[in-house]
Design a protein around this ligand. Structure first.
Ligand code: GLN
Length: 320
C-alpha cells in the first residue's frame, strides 16, 4: 500500500524524536579510543534524505564526528564496485557473526572466511582488497573518493582520532595477522589495517551519512548530486549486508523493533536505509554496551514507528 507523508509531517516526527530524547543521559562515550571519550556527549543530530534530494535536518547535523564502523558499509560498496557481488561473497562472506564487532573468536569459529565486511575482520579484509592492490596511496584515494561520491561531499580526516586509534588498536592488529594466517588478507596486513584505521578516523556529518544511506536506498544514484555511484543491482546486496549485522550481536533486536536496516559506529553515528524510500542518519556519542549510540537508536526507532514504516511491512511511503 502507498502511504502519503508530507514533508511537514516528516519534519514534525523528526522534531518530536529530537525533543523526546535530547535530554536522555543513558550510555557513555567510547573510551577505548581516547579521542572519542572527550567528545561532547550532548551532541545530537537527526538527518533524513529523501530520494528527490530533499533533506530534513534537526540538531547537530553539520558536526563532524568519527565515522568509525559506518565506513565499513562504504568500503564494502567500493569492493562490490571493484569485484562484484560473487567475489565479495567468496573472498569475505555475507553472514552474521552474532558476536561483538571486534571479535577474534568469530574468526576462529569461521576460519574459512571473515564472515562479513561489516565487522572489523571483514572490513580489514575489504581494505586489503581495495584496488590497486599494493599501492597504499591509490587505495586510500579510492576509499575517500568512494565515500565522497556516496555522501555527495568529502569527508575529512580527524588527525587526532587517527593518531589516537593507531596508538591503541592492538586488538585489530591481532585480527589483521590472524586473517593473514587464514589467507584472508589480500594485501600487506599492516597496510590493510592502517587503511581501515584511517577510514574509521574520517570525520563525517549526520547529513552526509543520510545522503549516503539515500544513495543506497536510491539504487546507487546519489539523490543530491544525481551521480550514479554504483550499479543498481548492488543495492539489495548492500542492504542485505547491513540488515544482517548492522548492530552486531543485537541486529535481530534492532530490526525487530525499528524495522529499518542500519549500521552503527562507535563515534555515535547510525545510518539507516529504507529501500526506495529514504536514507536516515542520527548521531549522538553515548553508546550502549555493544557500541551502538543510545539516542540515535531511540530517535530512528521513534521515527520509523511513528511513521508506520517498516522494511518488512509492505507499505511504501510517498513523500510530498
Ligand atoms: N564499532 C566500531 O565503530 C568500531 C570501529 C573502531 N575503529 C574499531 O575498530 O574498533
Amino acid at each position: 500500500m502507498e502511504k502519503h507523508i508530507t514533508l511537514a509531517q516528516l519534519k514534525e516526527v523528526a522534531q518530536e524524536a529530537y525533543n523526546q530524547f535530547k535530554s536522555n543521559t543513558d550510555g557513555k562515550n567510547a573510551d577505548y579510543i581516547p579521542y572519542l571519550a572527550n567528545i561532547d556527549k550532548n551532541l545530537f543530530g537527526i538527518s533524513i534524505c529523501l530520494l528527490n534530494g530533499q533533506t530534513v535536518e534537526i540538531g547537530d547535523t553539520e558536526y563532524r564526528f568519527g565515522i568509525e564502523s559506518v565506513s565499513k558499509v562504504h568500503t564494502a560498496i567500493l569492493v562490490l564496485r571493484q569485484y562484484g557481488a560473487q567475489k565479495l561473497l567468496d573472498m569475505i562472506g555475507a553472514d552474521a557473526t552474532g558476536l561483538p564487532f571486534n571479535s577474534i573468536i568469530a574468526i576462529l569459529l569461521e576460519n574459512d572466511h571473515p564472515s562479513t565486511p561489516l565487522v572489523n575482520a571483514g572490513a580489514i579484509t575489504a581494505c586489503s582488497m581495495v584496488q590497486p592492490v599494493g599501492d597504499a596511496k591509490k587505495k586510500w584515494d579510492a576509499i575517500v573518493s568512494n565515500i565522497t561520491d556516496l555522501c555527495g561531499s568529502a569527508p575529512q580526516l580527524i588527525d587526532e582520532l587517527y593518531k589516537s586509534e593507531s596508538a591503541t588498536n592492538f586488538n585489530n592488529r591481532s585480527i589483521a595477522w590472524l586473517l593473514k594466517n587464514y589467507n584472508r588478507i589480500y594485501d600487506d596486513p599492516d597496510m590493510s589495517l592502517d587503511l581501515y584505521t584511517r577510514q574509521c578516523s574520517l570525520g563525517i556529518t549526520a547529513k552526509q551519512l543520510s545522503v549516503a544511506a539515500a544513495t543506497v536506498a536510491n539504487k546507487g544514484v546519489n539523490p543530491v548530486t544525481k551521480k550514479e555511484v554504483f550499479e543498481a543491482d548492488l543495492s539489495p546486496k548492500i542492504t542485505s549486508l547491513i540488515s544482517t549485522v548492522g548492530f552486531y550481536e543485537h541486529t535481530g533486536d534492532w530490526l525487530y523493533t525499528s524495522g529499518i536496516p542500519a549500521k552503527t559506529g562507535v563515534g555515535g553515528g547510525v545510518m539507516g536505509v529504507l529501500p526506495g524510500q529514504f536514507g536516515i542518519s542520527a548521531f549522538a556519542p553515548p553508546l550502549d554496551g555493544s557500541g551502538n549510540s543510545v539516542k540515535a537508536q531511540l530517535a530512528i526507532k521513534y521515527i520509523m514507528n511513528k511513521l508506520g514504516l517498516n522494511v518488512f511491512g509492505g507499505d511504501h511511503a510517498v513523500f510530498g
